[in-house]
Design a protein around this ligand. Structure first.
Ligand code: SF4
Length: 382
């Protein structure tokens, strides 16, 4: 399996209230960061296998100017072998896009744009602390289409305080009206240490009740499935393709769920090549210091034991609608999953949440809602 390349761009105009990804709002270091990223590519050394995906995420990659993005990509093209017809994705915030930028991205080989819409309703965008409006989101999609993007992904958030089913459906209807090739719908979570979590603790708002959020999740799946999208992971939906069912899935993100190898560059980026997982310095300053003194900016690493790899394969496999292939699992770990599948199929709580066709074990919609519980159950019974 070909590895993927992830590049973390750690800058944002403002910090969204819910965000716990690493990014800073001091943009003065952008040029220095771009230079360091190219140096880091030199430090990691040659890779024997070509990548078939590049994913520029963040942070807000579209905050860089086009020259900076193309400089990073050209350095990556020079440094690493790349398979033909690779998927090259850039994450974009609607508040930072323009038609010119989208045209520039196309001309430098970016063929997939992942746009952080989150909602088409201004009051929710304000609540989340997004820098853009609903109109900006609409314009961003139009810029991308007019520039020739044929593969657009949209991020949406549900489970917002006060959000009704009608609000959610209005967002989904608006999203599919643009016929994006991919939709990611994430449940709002209040991560410790974020401004959103502080505001919640101070009583500024209450999180939506769990049952309501579960109903919203089921509405999302139902709506998107009914409108031509195939759910292939808990939060991810790809437009159905007449010939190849997996055509519009995110090739890059699927590497994470399949435990395929990937190389992460930039502050806070993780890399994975079984059995090793390693991670770069989270903060820009030590990252820059490390690279400028000629050291790979890795802060830590761990070797996953076969037991840990097995647990990870269960957790990641259950996230996807393909589920866990029993023959692949048994070939990889020399352990049979059949005894635990037999227990799950008769267990009063599990049996209505899992699916077994003799080849793959997976979760149905209700099971996806309690994925952690099912995974724990399997790990405890294996
Ligand atoms: S734009 Fe994205 S990375 Fe930046 S603060 Fe908002 S959610 Fe986080």
């Amino acid at each position: 399996m070909a590895p993927g390349l992830y590049i973390h761009i750690p800058f944002c105009i403002n910090k969204c209230r819910y965000c716990d990804f690493y990014s800073i709002t001091d943009l003065a270091l952008r040029e220095r960061f771009c230079a360091a990223l190219k140096q880091e590519m030199g430090l990691v050394g040659a890779l024997p296998t070509p990548f078939d995906t590049i994913y520029m995420g963040g942070g807000t990659p579209s905050i860089l100017d086009s020259g900076q993005i193309s400089g990073i990509l050209e350095a990556a093209f020079r440094r690493f072998p790349l398979a033909t017809e690779s998927e090259i994705t850039l994450e974009a915030n609607p508040g930072t896009l323009s038609l010119k930028k989208c045209r520039d991205y196309r001309s430098m080989g970016i063929n997939r744009l992942q746009i952080g819409i989150q909602s088409f309703q201004d009051r929710y965008l304000k609540f989340l602390g997004r820098i853009h409006s609903s109109d900006d989101a609409t314009h961003a999609i139009q810029y991308a289409r007019n520039a020739g993007f044929r593969n657009i992904g949209m991020d949406l958030i549900y489970g917002l305080p006060g959000q009704t089913r009608a609000d959610l459906l209005a967002d989904l209807r608006r999203a599919v009206s643009f016929e994006p090739e991919h939709v990611s719908c994430y449940m709002l979570s209040c991560e410790p240490g974020t401004p959103l979590d502080d505001a919640r603790k101070q009583g500024e708002f209450r999180m939506a009740p769990e049952d309501d959020v579960a109903d919203q999740y089921l509405s999302v799946v139902e709506f998107l499935e009914a409108n031509g999208y195939e759910q292939y992971e808990i939060s991810n939906f790809a437009r159905r393709h007449p010939v190849d069912p997996g055509y519009w899935r995110s090739r890059h993100n699927q590497k994470y769920w399949r435990s395929d190898p990937w190389l992460g560059l930039g502050p806070s980026a993780h890399s994975y090549d079984l059995p090793e997982r390693r991670w770069n310095h989270r903060h820009l300053k030590p990252y820059l210091e490390s690279v400028s003194s000629g050291r790979i900016p890795v802060e830590g690493s761990e070797m996953l034991t076969p037991e840990q790899q097995m647990m990870e394969a269960i957790f990641l496999g259950l996230r996807t609608t393909d589920g866990i292939s029993i023959s692949e699992f048994e070939g990889r770990f020399q352990r049979s999953l059949m005894p635990v599948i037999d227990i799950a199929l008769t267990h009063p709580f599990m049996k209505n949440r899992v699916l077994w066709d003799g080849v793959r074990f997976r979760l149905n919609r209700e099971g996806m809602l309690v994925m952690d519980l099912v995974a724990d159950f399997m790990i405890n019974h294996i």
